[in-house]
Design a binder for this molecule. Structure first.
Ligand SMILES: *Cc1c(COP(=O)(O)O)cnc(C)c1O
Length: 385
């Protein structure tokens, strides 16, 4: 395991945590579907909901290697991972500080569940570290961040959040879904608990629902104790599919990231586009910070269509790029935040958050950039005429 840190990224993606096929010497991990194992096998008996079947246990090693942590845990969804991590460390009377702009499902989880258990929470007003600092109370246990954030690709200073938390004896959690372990390793910047919706880049083919956590052995042990009670383990069939997906994680995400940079540059120069949000553009207000803490700028971006070009009509006119709620697949997809993820907010609330009606979130896939550009151009022409 410790050796795995020294392996190249593609080698780790392919080989770390393989289940050896001793019986037939097959090239890939056998899939162990048993829900029952002999007692003498491990100290704690193997059982799917104990997160320790052979495929689960081995895949955790790959997750840990990719995130530069000691250990990992795999769940049936991103929200199963996020909720288990929060409840593992929080009890009645504790307080959490949460970044204002976070994934909608995480926001709903916090506002609809925490009150029932008497867990206090405060949302920051921005992603600035001073905002977190101002909200610290005696009972604050966790600082929770998400960077790059959705949908405007804001960047939070990961190292500064880590040191603020350490100075106050608090725990840090990050949702690292948008960057993926290929573009950002928060453990290297001092973050304690790293959360992923593996439904996104880790799965990468828009056909798996999964979640993952990477952290120290000590923290994973504590999360595990809560996780076995909530029961959000991933079926071994899907664990096996996730292992297959992770073998190409670096190849996919590198290509998608390269494409996103090309698309962002193209969109910024397009006269029908008002504004492009991408951390890899020099025009991004936190470009320098992104450059410092990310290995690559990621494959998510957003752009605003000029007034008069309707966002829904534009998306319906696309032929290659698919309008779709989810993200991070091999195929390029778009979504209109005002119509979907932020539809429940009033127009005024949306504008306060910088979300205009013409804003499009773009998850860039592996198709050639020239094909994506041609698709966008024909769609704009169609809507304008
Ligand atoms: C999708 C997503 C989640 C939730 O993951 P699920 O697999 O849908 O439960 C959490 N955070 C981010 C940033 C996401 O995009």
């Amino acid at each position: 395991m410790n050796n795995s840190k020294k392996l190249g990224i593609n080698t780790s993606c392919v080989h770390v945590g393989e289940v050896k096929d001793e019986q037939f010497k097959g090239a890939v991990s056998p899939m162990y579907m048993s829900t029952s194992y002999a007692f003498d096998d491990v100290a704690i008996k193997r059982y799917p909901r104990y997160f320790n079947t052979p495929n689960q246990e081995m895949l955790c090693k790959k997750i840990a290697a990719l995130e530069h942590t000691e250990d990992g845990l795999i769940f049936s969804s991103g929200m199963a991972a996020i909720s288990a991590a929060m409840f593992a460390f929080l009890k009645t009377g504790d307080h959490v500080i949460i970044q204002q702009v976070i994934y909608g499902g995480t926001y709903n989880f916090i506002v609809s569940e925490f009150d029932k258990y008497g867990i206090e929470y405060s949302f920051t007003e921005s992603d600035k570290v001073a905002d977190f600092k101002a909200l610290i109370k005696d009972n604050t246990k966790i600082l929770y961040i998400e960077t790059p954030s959705n949908p405007l690709l804001g960047i939070t200073d990961i190292a500064a959040i880590s040191s603020l938390a350490k100075a106050h004896g608090m725990l840090t959690m990050i949702d690292n879904t948008f960057a993926s372990p290929i573009n950002q390793n928060p453990a290297d910047l001092g973050i304690d608990i790293i959360l992923h919706s593996a439904t996104k880049y880790m799965g990468g083919h828009s056909d798996i629902s999964a979640g993952a956590i990477a952290a120290s052995k000590k923290h994973i042990e504590q999360i595990w104790k809560t996780a076995i009670n909530f029961g959000g383990n991933l079926s071994d069939q899907t664990v096996w599919l996730l292992e297959r997906s992770l073998k190409t994680l670096n190849l996919r995400v590198k290509e998608q990231t390269k494409n996103a940079q090309e698309m962002a540059t193209y969109l910024e120069g397009n006269e029908n586009i008002d504004r492009v949000y991408y951390p890899g553009l020099k025009s991004h207000p936190q470009y320098e910070l992104a450059k410092k803490q990310m290995k690559g700028f990621g494959a998510m971006l957003s752009f605003e269509l000029k007034e008069g070009i309707d966002a829904m009509e534009f998306q319906n006119a696309l032929q290659l790029i698919k309008p779709s709620m989810s993200l991070a697949g091999l195929e390029s997809t778009t979504v209109s935040p005002a119509q979907t993820t932020h539809a429940l907010l009033s127009e005024k609330q949306r504008l306060e958050r910088g979300i205009k009606d013409g804003l499009i979130r773009f998850s860039v896939g592996i198709e050639e950039a020239e094909d994506l550009i041609a698709d966008i151009e024909q769609a704009i022409e169609k809507v304008k005429s």
